[in-house]
Design a protein around this ligand. Structure first.
Ligand code: PEP
Length: 250
């Protein structure tokens, strides 16, 4: 049985002080989630990573990015060793905003995924088509390329540790969420691709949906066969809404 997962992506939001308030407010939510067998966590800005760890050690904490090189002349980047030093073991890879603004390619994502797995860390690999690709019915073609490149040279043992997030770019931050039918269709397609490559191991891989998930719509996604949780931006920022998301997952 795949464990449900709710991961908040805070993007470039929340100061350290605001993070502290949220982390303290989430202590009871971690207990609630544990009681119901759900993993919950957030991906704050780099400076806030240790703040979440300090004030709610029970929340999963993910970096929003990481570099694949161990160290070097990469201005503005963060290394795996730096994350490990503060006990961060998860990282989001290939978010569409990084693909759009930072030219993140699936090939680069693959290097990052391999580096994380070599360090026993958990990558959350984001895939998804743009609006233009969606309108040209190219979703599955794009997804196939992203999954194939992202999982290149990854063993089945390691593949089981990756979390995949299907996030149609046209639904991120737009309020235009994909219907649960579309999301399930694509997530099932992703699982099928993983099954072709890894056989039964594909049944262990968690697949999230992301894109304008709100407390009002999270249930419809979670009631499908292949969606194991949600990657949530805007609706993960307030503790009230984060709580409602959890309540509606239970
Ligand atoms: C995201 O940032 O991954 C995301 C899905 O954002 P939102 O929920 O705001 O659409």
């Amino acid at each position: 049985m795949r464990k449900k997962l709710l991961l908040g992506n805070w993007k470039m939001n929340k100061t350290r002080e605001e993070t502290k308030v949220f982390a303290l407010g989430s202590l009871a939510l971690s207990a609630l989630a544990e009681l119901h067998g759900i993993d919950i966590g957030v991906a704050p800005a780099y400076l806030s990573l240790p703040v979440v760890k300090k004030y709610n050690p029970n929340l999963l904490v993910a970096s929003q990015n990481v570099h694949y090189q161990p160290s070097g002349a990469y201005t503005g980047e963060i290394s795996i060793a730096m994350l490990k030093e503060i006990n961060i073991t998860w990282a989001i890879i290939g978010h569409s905003e990084r693909r759009t603004y930072d030219n993140e390619t699936s090939e680069r994502c693959n290097l990052k995924i391999k580096a994380l797995l070599a360090n026993e860390m958990t990558p959350v690999y984001c895939v998804g088509e743009t609006l233009a690709q969606f309108e040209k019915s190219e979703t599955k073609k794009v997804i196939k390329e992203q999954i194939s490149a992202g999982f290149s040279e990854i063993s089945s043992e390691n593949a089981a540790k990756v979390v995949v997030a299907y996030e149609p770019v046209w639904s991120i931050g737009t309020g235009r969420n994909a219907s649960s039918e579309i999301a399930q269709d694509v997530c099932s397609y992703i699982r099928g691709l993983l099954r072709e490559k890894y056989g039964e191991v594909a049944e262990q891989i968690r697949i999230l949906y992301g894109g304008s998930v709100k407390p009002e719509n999270i249930k419809t996604y979670l009631s499908t066969a292949d969606i194991d949780g949600a990657l949530v931006g805007g609706a993960s920022l307030s503790i009230e809404s984060f709580k409602e998301l959890i309540n509606n997952m239970i």
